[in-house]
Every structure is written in structure tokens, then in C-alpha cells.
Design a protein around this ligand. Sequence first.
Ligand code: 3HC
Ligand code: NAI
Length: 688
Amino acid sequence: MAAINSVTDLVVEDGVAVVTLNSPPVNALSAAVRDGLYEGFKAAIADDAAKSIVLICDGRTFIAGADISEFGGASKGASLFDVQTMMEDSPKAVIAAIHGTALGGGLEVALTAHYRVAVPSAKVGLPEVNLGLLPGAGGTQRLPRIVGAEKALEMMTSGSHVPAKAANAMGLVDELVEEGKLREGAIAFARKVVAENWPLKKVRDREVKADPQVFADFRKANARKFRGFKAPESNIQCIEAAVNLPFEEGLAVERKLFIELMTGPQSAAQRYVFFAERAANKIPDVGDDVEVLPIKSVGVIGAGTMGGGISMNFLNAGIPVKIVEMKQEALDRGLGVIRKNYENTAKKGRLTQDDVEKRMGLLTGSLSLEDLADCDLIIEAVFENMDIKKDVFGKLDKIAKPGAILASNTSFLDIDEIASATTRPESVIGLHFFSPANVMRLLEIVRGDKTSKPVIATSMKLAKTIGKVGVLVGVCPGFVGNRMLAKRQQQAQALVAEGTMPWDVDRVLYDFGFPMGPFAMSDLAGLDIGWSKETSKGETIRDVLCEMDRRGQKTGAGYYDYDENRTAKPSPVTEKIIADFAAKSGVNARQADDQEILERTVFPMINEGAKILEEGKAIRASDIDTVWITGYGWPVYRGGPMHYGDSVGLDKVLAKLKEYQNQHGDFFKPSALLEKLAAEGKTFASLK
Ligand code: 3HC
Ligand code: NAI
């Protein structure tokens, strides 16, 4: 075996040259990998003993794409196009042998091979859209030429990873080889190609046809999903080019649109988010050497909105759950909701009835906390009340086995105070799920003063096991997410109290990219959460709305009026209440403009994020961004509030906060950290 460079080997076996890449962790197309491929193929082509060439990777995967960490830097080494041209123009058949994932540039390299083989567990895809990009190495022109325009539209705008079997069915993979025998299988395939004199098929020489209506329909069907994002439309335009233009001209369209996306703010934000999510896993004082406890059974206390959703996460991962309620009726209701959720998923074809029964078979209900004695992890999701929570934890302390993790799903309460109700605060942690708990990706993991490192390490690992993004945060009211949300809510309310209409606040935040504005959200959730008829004194706009039985969508009216299809319309009733309120409180009612609405709702969040960093309640700014992207619908193409602050410029954010502080008081007082960073011309991202 000859080493081509530090990451590439070449060996000729039975007349087949095998080029092997080994560049952990994911064989991304770094400069060294591109050089290795270029030189490896050149040597294989020059070697008379080789009649065909196999490209295969060591480690856990085929090539997972371009090296994202190199983006934006000076380009070095062979270009990807040089490598692809060498492969495609090779006078000897080139076969790509795929295991793990062939993604992005990885699949684009495979598409310049003459044939592709894969093991059944492999997956292929062009996920660039999720980085705010499009496949920039000919993938937009080659993929449709193999799978057709419709499948290419689906794959490229969703970024989905297609299993090898489906890829084989659509012609993207020529042959499946036995699991674990990729090398032998690929070599045998290569020998067959030579022995039977198969043609050197170039994907670029194929043709793809599609009716223009296909594109119009696709755009229409996905308008909501793509709202705000630039990359999906660029991907679509490239596929149109593949259909309408010769290959080289299509490539030119791809290049132009790729550069536009790559140099734009959306892709910068989305690439930042990719690394932010992965950085969140790294806890400076909890290294890989910290013991991870086995979690083989889970107890959940409370079968309400959250308890039910939380349980489903574990059932989905095959971990048995015992769920405890106070009364049989509540238990039956909770178990019923879980079953109904699964049945609905099955109706949509996303689960089999067998899967539903398997999951339900892992779930048991009980009315006694004692039944949780053998659980490795117990998550409390009872009412948000400190006395009740302390009572539950005091009891758990006596019941749970030694070493069990005792977690609370509290949204706001002090984890240290909850832990003080036990004799084992080191075992207590916050596991803050977001509603709906079986859907939302975020898990805020709240570290108490005394929480042990193994309990933290286990919780972080557990987040991955159940498909969540775990972010470690410190104890403070509302932790990271709700603490910052409270600032936005406060300003939304203040704006309305001064005379701005709720639908204008909602529109600005919706246009910014949130799925919904705060008032539409209140109407959906119900305005009467935390409101009581007996004590209401008409002191706020919400009080008045509730007193008029405008309690949100469920009563047909709230801030908005609703028709029978639940379509929201601005309400003259609400408008009058707001005007009356302003008059009563002596405010000169005024409508804030869009810029003011955005700045007054979003900049205080950035400021609060800075305070959270100052106080050490989040490890890094990117963790705060991950919380907002995965838990609160912050538009991913704006990278999270801290990244957004950096991109606006912290000096500008600071200046605006000071301006609003002068007008509206110390709510807007800038944090010391923000003052410091702005003075030094630095960003939150620079705080490593
Ligand atoms: N470039 C640089 N680093 C990468 C990378 C890439 N394309 N893909 C993964 N990594 C790094 C991760 O940052 C992580 O590093 P860390 O351990 O230091 O945090 C490490 O590899 C392992 O990654 P994961 O933790 O994500 O491992 P998983 O096993 O969970 O997932 C994966 C593996 C499915 C390959 C996933 O990493 C992934 O989706 N990667 C990105 C794939 C992608 O988007 N490819 C397209 C790139 S853009 C492109 O190709 C442009 C082209 O068209 C020109
Ligand atoms: P819920 O009212 O829907 O459910 C609470 C359930 O706990 C009820 O079914 C109740 O009967 C049961 N319960 C109360 N005391 C109990 C006890 N001693 N033993 C056993 N069961 C008991 O409330 P929800 O919304 O599920 O909230 C639960 C917790 O989750 C709260 O701490 C809340 O702050 C938190 N949370 C709620 C979110 C939401 O959006 N609803 C989001 C994130 C956290």
C-alpha cells in the first residue's frame, strides 16, 4: 500500500486500484483530502496494473461534505472541480463505495464517479440548504439528471438523507452490497464493470426534462415552509437550469447563485448555528472522562401537558416509562392523550400500528410514587408551585434508589431550593422540556449549585439519545429562554399600552421570521392562563378582554376576532379598549413604527442575554442562540439573538438601548458586558 498523502492511500488489488481516504471525524473535503484525491486518482490512472478504480473511506462514513470550517478562508490545494474532472474524465471506470453518509460535496464527488455502490445502512443527500447554501460542486446539475426534477426538488430543498435502498430505487446508487463487506463488494463490482465492458457513464451527459408547471406547483406548495429563506429558491432555480440549459451553462448558474448565498448573511448565520449546536455539547469542567450513568428506566410525575409529552420521548427511544398521577381520572386522561397522539401519527402513515403498541407497551401508569423506587431517572412535571414541588422531592428522596437522577421540569422555579428538600442535592437537576415536549428539539439542562458532574454528563448524553439538543444553563428565574422571553413580552405589552396595535407588533415579529407574534400566541394559548374572574379588576388590557369573555381562539375572540375557520382579523373592539386605556392612563396614544417595534422587542433580549453571560448562567453566547433557535422558533437564518446582535453591530444595539433608556427608563439600561464589548469593537462570538 502506498501513502499518497497524510489522509489518502492507494493500493492495486486484482487489477482494481483502491483509493482510500481516512480523515476523521467525517472525511470532510479539506485541502488535504482534495489533494489526496487528486493525486490518488492521478496515480491510479497512470498505473498500468489498474483497470478500474474504487474510491472508499475508512472510519464511520464516506465523505460528509465540504469542510464547513474552511468556508470563508483562502482556498488551498487542489480544487474540488479538479478532483471531479480527474474522476469523470478517467479512462478507467471509477466506482464510489459508500457507507455512513455521502452528503453535500461528498455526494457530488460520488456523482462524478461512473458508478456508485453502497451498503444498505448508508445514506445520501444534498443538505446544503440547511446551511443556507446549494450544492456548489455540480450537484444541482447532476442530481436531477439521475433522479429527475421532482425528486431533486424534494431532496435539495429539504436536505433529507435518503437511505441507500431508496437511492438504489431512484438510480442514484447502482448496486447495494452486503453490510460490512463494502470493500470486497466494490472491488467485485469494479471487476464486473471491466470484464463485461460496461460504458464509462458520465452523469453530466444525461438529459432531464420537466414541465414548467412542476416548478410553479412546488413553489406554491412550499411557500409557507420556505418563508424568509433564500436558499430553497436558489436551489429550485438551479434545477430549472438543469432542465432548461446545457450542462456547462447550468453549472454557471449554480456557481453564481452559490457565491451569492455563500457571501450572504443567511448562510453565515446557518453555518454558525451548525457549529453552535455542536459546541453546546462541550462543558468545560465536565470532560469525556466523567462517568455517564445508565438510564434504563424512567419515572415521570404528572401526566398533564408536559408529563405526557416528556414520556413519549423515552418511549420513542425504547426506554420504559412509569407515569404517576394523583387521581385515576387524571392518569386515564394522560395515558389516553399519549395513545391518541401515537394513533394520529399512525394515521398519517408515520408509525405502524405495531409501533404504537410497542411504545404503549413500554408505558405503565400508577397512583403511587413508591412505584418509582427502581427508576434510574425521575422527572417531575407537576403544577408550577414551589411548595408542591418541594413536597414531591421530599417524598422522592425517601423512595428513589441511591444514585437515581431526580429532575424537575420547572419553567421558572429555583432548582437549588427544590434540591434543598432532599438529602441528595447532587442528584437533582433541571430538565426543562418545551411544549409540545415530544416535538420541540430543545432541552434546557439546569445545573444546580450542587449537581454532580456525572448527573450533568448523563443528562447531556440523554438529550442526544432522545433526539434533543441539550443546552446547559444555570439557575436563575426563567433560566435562559424564558428569562429572555419575558423581556420581549414586557415590551410587546408596553408598546400596546402606549397605543400600538397588537397585530402590528405581531406582523413585525412574524416578518422578522418568528412563526407567530406574541399576541397571536396568547390568543392560541388562551388569554386566561393565570387569570382569575374573581380577582380580575380590569387593570390590564388582557383583564378587560378576559372579562368580556374574549379569552382567545377557544372563545372565538381575544386580541383578534376569529371567523369560523379560525382566521384572525384585527379587532375594532380591541382597538377601542387600547385607546380607552391610553386615555385613562394619560398616555398620548401613538403607533410605533416597524423599526421601533423590532428594536424595542428584540434588543432587550440581546441585553438580557449579555447579563446571562455576565452572570455565568450560560457557558457561551452560542448556547443562548441554540436555546432560541431550537426552543422558541427564532429564525435560523438570523442565527439567534446574540448572533443577530453581532451582525447588527453591538455599538448600534448599545446606542439604541441608551436612546430608549432616555425615553422609557431603566428597563433598557445596557449591561456592563454590552458596554464593554461595544467600546472595544468586539462581538459576543469573540468571547470564547
Ligand atoms: N465540515 C467540517 N466539520 C464537520 C462537517 C463538515 N462538513 N460535518 C461534521 N463535522 C464535524 C462536526 O463539527 C463534529 O465536530 P466536533 O466533534 O469537533 O464537534 C464532528 O464532525 C462530528 O459531527 P457530528 O457530531 O455532527 O456527528 P454525527 O455522527 O452526529 O453526524 C453527519 C455526522 C451526519 C455527517 C453530520 O455531521 C452532518 O450532517 N454534517 C454536515 C453535512 C453537510 O452539511 N454537508 C454539506 C456541507 S456543504 C458542502 O458540501 C458544499 C458543497 O456543495 C460544495
Ligand atoms: P398540567 O397542569 O397540564 O399538568 C400537571 C399534572 O400534574 C396534572 O395532571 C396534575 O394532576 C399532576 N400533579 C399535580 N401534583 C401532583 C402530584 N403531587 N403527584 C402526581 N401528579 C401531580 O401542567 P403542565 O403544563 O404539564 O406543567 C407541568 C410543569 O411543567 C410545570 O412545572 C410547568 O411550569 C412546566 N412546564 C410547562 C410548559 C408548558 O408549556 N405547559 C413548558 C415547560 C415547562
